[in-house]
Design a protein. Structure first.
Length: 718
């Protein structure tokens, strides 16, 4: 009874309950991390020592802890005020006031927990509510709890508002209520400031050069856009753009990962030439002497880049951009952004308050559970309002269509398959395109401009045909089919990086890890003019590369071409200056680092981090995470390479260690697999791994191999 009768017992009770609940949340997250061996990996990783001596990380960590304290203090303060207001009107004793406060705390906490489940469906704490046998709450039950607790809190809040005005009228507890009003008006002012800061501005530039705008949609496969496949869910905005532009139906990325793909777009070079061989490459090792933004900057353009996910994409000012509009880059996003999964802060992150308290999560698709697409669109709108009176080069990359294919309050059921999530994310990307074009229109940026719509790469989803090889089309001895990584029968893997899923030789998963999965490399590419004409809309079927874009844009704006580039200008095809195709192209492909944890449908982020944490190093100057040089050199030798020449595709698989299961003993055995080649005729679907076969002799296979050796050099270990 001493605690109950103490003068400050209500505040102490609320603090005690909140601290216990928050420590419980941390404990549950810790246990979850231990089950994935993530903690052991972090402790043993050399990157841990770097973190402890990195000022940017320590500052970010202190800011994160302080923000959590502020959020939970506001939670306590709100319950305290509601309790005191209700007690004041009902004239409750101090003991009953404490009981009421505890009851309101539990109702509020339950409301937060359930709301987190409904809005942040893939939060760790949301999944807890659906774990049998202890918990297995249905959606109907969750909505019922949400409505009941929500109505209770609305009723108490309404009563408190009435009490607030009555208190002012009777001049009772004026100071306390004044502080509440100041707090409420501060939040209102913050929200209004966010809206007003995005007011469209006039494009007062008198320049004759057109604005150049590149709109990137991450991982959008052309065959999932209704313009190319009418059987797919409608994508009206993408379709409308493609119908009114010059679109290239056979455009390819050079490496199917975001950062190297954008590096090729901006430099006009293959990864082997600009040295962007994968995500999180050390920027100091790249060849960025000549880039599209730098050339346009010298020509009088203001250059801006924006993206809503920088975790594996460190495209920044070093490429020649005057300004970048992104969530904060670096180790704080990588680690702090990942661990911030608490029910209360998850609901705060997408708000204006969340922008101030949790910058590593706000408008950041890398932390998908709290990513609200409207927030990134708001950041873009604000950024365009602050532009100079110059022609604008704007490159924006939207990642909502990239794995994990969900976001804050996406209204997708927790058990939705990845295929359906991907389709839903394509629809969301289509909607983002519409909204962004409206922002450009409001800012008068489409009056005189060239707009490019592209996807940086595609993806493979474990669907038949996601790899260009079919077992029935093999030319040669059928036992040689097993050279390719696939799982032949359930429980009897021939060779696969992922032994948990069964898939055939014509299927694969992921991004940039399978050179025979051309769906990973196949992209959207379309160019359209506003305010002037470049030629009639058309569909070009000639194979082209994203490396061609820089040369094309410089040509269309009549600027000097790049001195060193792997791309070709597509201007003759766009302006119809030629009715024939350009010179026959040889297109080269390469894969990036991959592992079994990302070659599957349901990817566990903790497992991926556990496997890859040893590869990374922190740049002490800017806090960016990059792959260690020694690890990158080793991984470059493990790459698969490919060459597309006419209808023929030649793929090279490097030597590797493989595992095979003994059907009798059910044990895995490791064996050495020499490097080998795969030759495919993309028109007929026929293929082989036997380069001395009659089929291979019909193709220019030796010429193709010679070209690949000349291009990739010592990395081609065949």
């Amino acid at each position: 009874m001493t605690l109950i009768t103490h003068k400050n017992n209500l505040v102490r009770l609320l603090i005690l309950l909140t601290v216990i609940s928050f420590l419980g949340e941390i404990f549950l997250l810790w246990i979850n991390s231990l089950t994935t061996d993530l903690i052991d990996s972090l402790v043993s990783a050399s990157i841990t020592n770097q973190l402890l001596h990195n000022k940017m990380f320590m500052f970010g960590l202190m800011r994160f802890v302080s923000s959590q304290v502020i959020v939970h203090a506001l939670f306590i303060l709100s319950i305290w005020y509601l309790t005191v207001s209700l007690s004041e009107r009902l004239k409750l004793s101090e003991t009953h006031t404490c009981y009421l406060g505890v009851l309101l705390w539990f109702v509020s906490y339950l409301f937060v927990f359930v709301t987190n489940d409904l809005y942040s469906t893939h939060s760790f704490f949301a999944t807890l509510l659906h774990q049998p046998p202890a918990w297995d709450i249905t959606e109907t039950q969750l909505h019922s709890i949400f409505k009941i607790t929500g109505c209770c809190l609305i009723a108490v809040t309404s009563f408190s508002i009435i009490n607030l005005f009555l208190s002012f009228y009777h001049k009772k507890n004026v100071f306390r209520h004044s502080m509440v009003l100041v707090f409420l008006f501060s939040l209102l002012g913050l929200s209004l400031w966010e809206k007003n800061s995005a007011t469209p501005s006039e494009n007062t530039s008198l320049a004759t050069q057109p604005n150049i705008i590149i709109i990137g949609l991450d991982a959008v496969r052309p065959d999932f856009v209704s313009f190319y496949d009418k059987n797919k869910p409608a994508t009206p905005n993408i379709d409308q753009f493609l119908e009114s532009s010059t679109s290239f139906s056979n455009a390819y990325a050079t490496l199917a990962r975001t950062f190297p793909s954008w590096a090729s777009i901006l430099t006009g070079k293959y990864p082997i030439h600009n040295h962007a061989r994968g995500n999180n490459t050390d920027l100091e090792t790249l060849d960025l002497q000549e880039t599209l933004p730098k050339i346009l900057n010298k020509a009088g353009y203001q250059t801006i880049y924006g993206t809503d996910d920088t975790r594996f994409n460190n495209t920044n000012e070093l490429f020649g951009f005057d300004r970048v509009i992104t969530p904060p880059m670096g180790v704080n996003d990588f680690l702090i952004g990942t661990v911030n999964d608490f029910p209360l802060s998850n609901l705060i992150v997408p708000t204006s308050l969340g922008k101030l308290l949790f910058p590593y999560n706000y408008a950041n698709h890398g932390t998908a559970i709290t990513y609200d697409p409207k927030n990134f669109m708001q950041l873009l709108s604000e950024g365009l309002h602050q532009r100079d009176q110059k022609p604008l080069f704007l490159a924006v990359h939207f990642t909502i269509s990239h794995w994990p294919f969900y976001w804050f309050h996406d209204k997708q059921a927790a058990d939705t398959s990845d295929l359906k999530r991907y389709q839903r994310s394509i629809i969301a990307a289509d909607d983002e395109l519409k909204k962004f074009l409206n922002i450009l229109q409001e800012n008068k940026l489409l009056d005189h401009s060239i707009v490019v719509l592209l996807s940086d790469h595609g993806t493979s989803l474990g669907l038949p045909g996601d790899r260009v090889t079919q077992s029935t089309k093999y030319q040669g001895h059928s036992e040689n089919i097993k050279l390719l990584p696939f799982t032949k029968y359930a429980g009897t893997p021939e060779f696969s990086l992922d032994f948990q899923h069964d898939y055939g030789v014509d299927t694969s998963y992921g991004y940039g890890g399978d050179v025979l999965s051309l769906n990973q490399f196949h992209t959207i590419l379309a160019i359209k003019s506003y305010g002037f004409s470049l030629g009639k809309p058309s569909v070009i079927h000639q194979p082209v590369s994203l490396t061609d874009l820089s040369s094309t844009l410089l040509s269309l704006t009549h600027l000097d071409p790049m001195l060193h580039t792997d791309g070709e200008s597509l201007t003759p095809l766009i302006t119809h200056a030629t009715t024939s195709s350009l010179t026959s192209r040889d297109l080269f492909f390469e894969t990036s680092f991959t592992l079994g944890e990302i070659e599957k449908e349901n990817i566990n982020v903790s497992k991926v981090l556990e496997k890859t944490i040893q590869l990374y190093q922190i740049n002490p100057k800017n806090g960016l995470i990059y792959v260690r040089h020694a690890a990158e050199t080793r991984m470059n030798k493990e790459k698969q390479q490919g060459l597309l020449m006419g209808p023929w595709f030649l793929a090279h698989y490097p030597p590797s260690e493989r595992e095979s299961m003994d059907n009798k003993t059910r044990q895995l055995h490791t064996f050495y697999q020499p490097g080998f080649l795969v030759l495919v005729n993309l028109q007929t679907g026929e293929w082989t791994t036997e380069m001395n076969s009659a089929f291979a002799k019909k193709a220019p296979s030796m010429l193709m191999l010679s070209k690949m050796k000349a291009f990739f050099g010592d990395e081609l270990l065949y």
